[in-house]
Design a protein around this ligand. Structure first.
Ligand SMILES: Nc1ncnc2c1ncn2[C@@H]1O[C@H](COP(=O)(O)OP(=O)(O)OP(=O)(O)O)[C@@H](O)[C@H]1O
Length: 227
């Protein structure tokens, strides 16, 4: 299991008792970059939600960053989410506080106490996404692409082993999407594993990687030319 970040065996994912994806078996190894594609409603978000335990895994076996999704208890979920960085399409920054305090809020909530260490960590992650100069701005004072960079920085705070990005460029124009994708590529090159749901085929062509497709209740790997 040491080199495996995610392993699913015979998993069926339900939404309100309806199976969305059936008999999913897959393995993701440390350092991989993987796309998850598929039409609207094909189950990409449900799949992601199962991985960060927003949907409980009830059928099949699932292991993610050393947690057993099948036996996971509610009180373990915050610990699982510290090992997984999650990036959403709509950024989800808190609108009532500046960038620095958005990130500080997450560190405080995950047990960080020393303000000097908090400051150092926030500066490190903002630097990594090229947003260090914006730490005192409010979310509405920066662009969508900049907000997504901050959201990526927020996902990196606790040095997660796996980043789950659910359509991270879905609200961005093509040029800004490429800029955000460059940030994700750099994070991947630094050894982090990334699973990214997307509808953006231009990005798939520009940055080819292993691609999983959700279709007709199944997930399967596709080769680039047939996506
Ligand atoms: N909270 C929910 N309650 C009930 N059914 C849901 C819920 N969320 C999603 N579904 C259903 O589950 C199926 C898969 O939806 P899901 O959001 O996982 O698809 P998706 O591939 O992520 O779509 P999109 O590309 O539009 O984000 C759809 O039929 C959807 O209607």
């Amino acid at each position: 299991m040491s080199n495996t970040i995610l392993a699913l065996q015979g998993v069926t994912i339900y939404q309100e008792n309806n199976p969305v994806l059936s008999n999913v078996s897959l393995e993701v190894k440390k350092g991989e970059f993987i796309y998850l594609i598929g039409k609207t409603g094909s189950g990409k978000s449900s799949f992601m939600k199962t991985l960060y335990a927003d949907l409980y895994l009830t059928n099949g076996e699932g292991h993610i960053v050393d947690f057993d999704l099948r036996t996971l208890k509610e009180h373990q979920i915050p610990f699982l989410r510290r090992k997984i960085g999650i990036v959403f399409q709509d950024f989800k920054l808190l609108p009532d506080r500046n960038i620095y305090n958005n990130l500080r809020f997450v560190l405080k909530a995950t047990g960080w106490k020393n303000e000097a260490e908090i400051r150092t960590r926030i500066e490190e992650v903002l630097e990594r996404v090229g947003m260090l100069n914006h730490s005192q701005k409010m979310p509405h004072q920066i662009s969508g692409g900049e907000q997504q960079r901050v959201a990526i920085a927020r996902a990196l705070l606790n040095d997660p082993e796996l980043i789950l990005a659910d359509e991270p460029t879905g609200n961005l124009d093509p040029q800004t999407s490429v800029e955000v994708m460059e940030v994700l590529q750099k994070i991947n090159q630094n050894g982090r594993t990334i699973l990214m749901a997307t509808h953006d085929y231009a990005l798939l062509l520009k940055y080819p990687a292993k691609t999983l497709k959700c279709e007709s209740g199944k997930i399967f790997e596709v080769v680039q030319k047939t996506v």
